[in-house]
Design a protein around this ligand. Structure first.
Ligand SMILES: Cc1ncc(COP(=O)(O)O)c(C=O)c1O
Length: 384
């Protein structure tokens, strides 16, 4: 019994989830074999960032500020430093853009961008599979918004044709890698469709693309040589980069606008110094290590072994999924995976569409061949 008094809805909603077997719970104990985390390159798990950061954490900023554990204020108040600005310049240079602006997380970056840039007379067209952070940003904006069917360029073109006369600007939002199945947006087609019209602006979330695709892990836009054609790119640092935070990369004008109008940038304490150091060093690791090649080798190995498993959604990214089609089967496979000490992510309805229930697993640079073999062994028993 709780000592607190609650609105009945809270109790009802939790009881419903419990009854349907979909109550989310925090846990601190995980099976040992990691096919679940977003640490694709192992920068975090292998401790590759730790030693680099420890060495610098006690130093003083060039402005004489102590490098403490708190930024002490928002970037516009007391939380800015030369180190953040230098890191942003390096990020912009690495991603072949004019500017970069660091946000406290990918969630903040997407909400801050989508809620501040599109205006009342504008239209946002977004892929139906976009991440919750993009959707939440869209909901906060005053613009009109419609979704297009996943990766369906005909549907997108039709929506553009139908609506373009009614709006001042159109923003098209996609992800370089979608986090449910690990498939990619057809970015070349998207660019082609958008460049036929004036006042259409493309926004690409590279959360799962950075570190995995492109030269030295610059992302899918880099691999396809379309970086300059994208109005805003979002790179997040909590996945392959093994740390935390995000940057929106684009023009000087976009950066300046976000500093002035993006509420998730303005009204929050800046990232602490050690987070900025971590971001800086993770870019260094992208350049200095061959973790990306190890990841790609493991993905290739996985598919040579998984060729006969039809229900696996093929992907070249770190994310892969097996479609099972019911919550019962998801639970059953989850139990089997746990029994061999494998940690993967379950996705049940109604969080995702009924019939599309699946288990998602991430392949990492550090997974051993034996680990991949045991995963395949287990999945093949569920293969259709
Ligand atoms: C596509 C995508 N964008 C943004 C985010 C949010 O990033 P962060 O974890 O840095 O808040 C995620 C995280 O799951 C994501 O998958």
């Amino acid at each position: 019994m709780s000592l607190y008094h609650h609105p009945t809805y809270l109790l009802k909603a939790l009881a419903e989830r419990e009854q349907n077997g979909i109550l989310r719970k925090l846990t601190c104990t995980f099976p040992e074999i990691d096919f679940c985390s977003n640490d694709y390159l192992g920068f975090s798990k292998l401790g590759l960032l730790d030693s680099k950061i420890h060495a610098q954490i006690t130093e003083q900023d060039a402005d004489g500020k102590p490098m403490g554990f708190g930024a002490t204020g928002s970037r516009l108040v007391s939380g800015n430093s030369r180190i953040i600005e230098e890191t942003e310049k390096q990020i912009a240079f690495f991603h072949h853009a004019e500017s970069a602006l660091i946000f406290n997380s990918g969630y903040d970056a997407n909400v801050g961008l989508l809620s501040s840039v599109p205006q009342k007379n504008d239209l946002i067209l977004y892929d139906e599979m976009i991440h919750a952070s993009i959707y939440d940003g869209i909901r906060l904006s005053h613009s009109t918004h419609y979704k297009f069917a996943h990766n369906d360029m005909e549907n997108l073109s039709e929506l553009i044709q139908r609506h373009r006369k009614d709006f001042e600007n159109i923003y098209v939002v996609a992800e370089s890698v979608y986090s449910l199945d690990g498939d990619s947006a057809p970015l070349l087609e998207l660019v082609e469709i958008c460049q036929d019209f004036k006042n259409i602006f493309l926004i690409v979330d590279e959360a799962h693309g950075i570190g995995v695709f492109g030269k030295q892990g610059r992302g899918l836009c880099n691999a396809l040589s379309i970086e300059k054609k994208i109005f805003a790119r979002i790179y997040t640092y909590g996945k392959a980069m093994g740390c935390h935070g995000a940057a929106i990369v684009g023009s000087d004008i976009l950066r300046n606008y976000l500093i002035n109008f993006s509420r998730t940038f303005i009204y929050t304490t800046a990232l602490p110094y050690y987070s900025i150091e971590a971001i800086k060093h993770s870019y260094q690791l992208l350049i200095e290590t061959n973790q990306k090649d190890l990841l790609q080798n493991n993905i290739a190995y996985f598919y040579t072994k998984a060729a006969s498993i039809k229900s696996i959604v093929k992907s070249q990214s770190g994310i892969h999924a097996i479609q099972l089609g019911s919550n019962d089967l998801v639970d059953k496979l989850d139990r089997e995976l746990k029994s061999i000490n494998v940690h993967a992510r379950i996705m049940k309805s109604p969080m995702i569409k009924q019939g599309k229930e699946r288990i998602r697993f991430s392949i990492h640079a550090f997974n051993t061949k034996a680990e991949i073999d045991s995963l395949i062994d287990c999945l093949s028993r569920f293969s259709k």
